[in-house]
Design a binder for this molecule. Structure first.
Ligand code: HEC
Ligand code: HEC
Length: 358
């Protein structure tokens, strides 16, 4: 009797071991949270100019977090009627900018500012044209609930993601919990945005990598104007960002309709100031300026050449103080535009790691 029991137990055990071996998928495995820390590789000269990539201590980059953020960036469930994702207004081929002058919300209404490119933002310390957000995480909260953008509310977004078949597992892999919440959504999106780095333009190869043969004479002339007579690098610094990311008034209007940075700070001394935008991939991010007033780079250069409003409130001290502008010749204008076009980084604009995940 005793013997039989032992034999039975052995038989049952070996049967179950055999079953395990045969069909591992049916045996419940205790899942472990084990995200893969990653670092975005940037050329050494980037670190020399702008230092290491910054991210909040509670949101380090992981492969799983970046993947989730990428999926969420393209996720239409974020909008009230499921027609719009972040990528609707931030298109990769346009440097994650919107080719439309003013983005249209799900309810059909238009905003009054041009969308902004999402390029090398990991190093920035303020976001939006007026600088009203201090982190990418904070920024990503806003479009979802903005009535002229995705017009949704966070409880509904969370409910939809929670009920989906894929997201709870992706949140577990990225953050160790299957419970979706808005703070984790924006953390993941911010992680993805930090990977959107663009450092492989013709300009980078010429200026930072020392490939002196790559520029045409016209492009060299354009760069000389950018740094010299044009004084563009007073604000679009020759650091890796082609921007100093401060708030400045470049003299677009004698009487600005949009108060810009003043909307955030409340200070009259900030009226008419806007975030100095990066010029990277600028040939692909038209139209230009916060209100999309210029359709082409030629129009932008004409502005700096002859349409500057010196009476604009708080016009920047770095704006050359000679009447309405730089008075560039036709040739100089063409050279400057040719230089601006060297800032295009096709690897960035077509990088499959940045596109909608399949
Ligand atoms: C309906 C179009 C639209 C949608 C959808 C949209 N954005 Fe934007 N985005 C804009 C506009 C317009 C601005 C500039 C607004 C301003 O400055 O007031 C902007 C600005 C930004 C900026 C600031 C960039 C900088 O240099 O400061 C970031 C980052 C950004 N959006 C990310 C996102 C993310 C992430 C999502 C999805 C959660 C998203 N956007 C959805 C239109 C949109
Ligand atoms: C005083 C600082 C300053 C100087 C000098 C300056 N810019 Fe700008 N630039 C800005 C600011 C600020 C904006 C955004 C203004 C806005 O939208 O209200 C801007 C916008 C632009 C844009 C449009 C970017 C976009 O994404 O819409 C281009 C292109 C540009 N500048 C090129 C130049 C060139 C070329 C020069 C030299 C001829 C130059 N800038 C000189 C501050 C400056």
């Amino acid at each position: 009797m005793k013997k039989l029991t032992v034999i039975t137990i052995i038989a049952v055990l070996s049967a179950s071991i055999y079953a395990c071996k045969k069909d591992p998928d049916t045996t419940p495995v205790a899942e472990v949270y084990n995200p893969t820390a990653i670092a975005v590789t940037v050329p050494a000269w980037v670190k020399t100019y702008v230092g290491d990539m910054k991210h909040p201590s509670d949101n380090p980059l992981t492969a799983e977090g970046v993947y989730l953020g990428r999926k969420l960036f393209y996720e239409k469930m974020l909008s009230n009627d499921m027609t719009m994702s972040c990528a609707t207004c931030h298109k990769q081929e346009n440097g994650f900018d919107d080719p439309r002058p003013f983005s249209q919300g799900t309810n059909g209404t238009f905003g009054d500012r041009n969308a902004m490119a999402i390029i090398n933002l990991a190093w920035d310390k303020s976001f939006f044209w007026d600088g009203r957000r201090a982190t990418l995480e904070g920024q990503a909260h806003d479009p979802v609930t903005n009535p002229i953008e995705m017009a949704n509310n966070w409880p509904d977004v969370v409910k939809r993601l929670q009920n989906s078949t894929v997201y709870p597992d992706l949140f577990f892999k990225a953050f160790g919990t299957r419970t979706v919440d808005s703070n984790l959504v924006v953390k993941a999106i911010a992680q993805f945005e930090r990977t959107l780095v663009s450092y492989n333009s013709k300009f980078d190869k010429y200026y930072y990598n020392g490939d002196t043969t790559i520029f045409t004479q016209q492009e060299k002339n354009g760069l000389a104007i950018f740094k010299g007579k044009g004084m563009c690098n007073n604000c679009h610094l020759m650091n890796t960002q082609l921007a100093d990311v401060e708030f400045r008034n470049n003299g677009l209007d004698a009487n600005p309709k949009d108060d810009g940075h003043m909307k955030h700070t409340g200070l009259a001394t900030d009226r008419g100031k806007f975030k100095v935008p990066t010029l990277r991939n600028i040939a692909n991010t038209a139209p230009y300026m916060h209100d999309s007033r210029f359709k082409t780079l030629e129009e932008v250069v004409n502005f700096y050449s002859s349409q500057v409003q010196q009476s604009s409130p708080n016009i920047d001290e770095h704006m050359p103080d000679f009447g309405t502008g730089l008075n560039l010749t036709t040739q100089e204008k063409a050279d400057l535009v040719a230089f601006l076009k060297t800032l295009t980084d096709n690897d960035f604009l077509t990088n499959p790691n940045f596109s909608e995940p399949k």
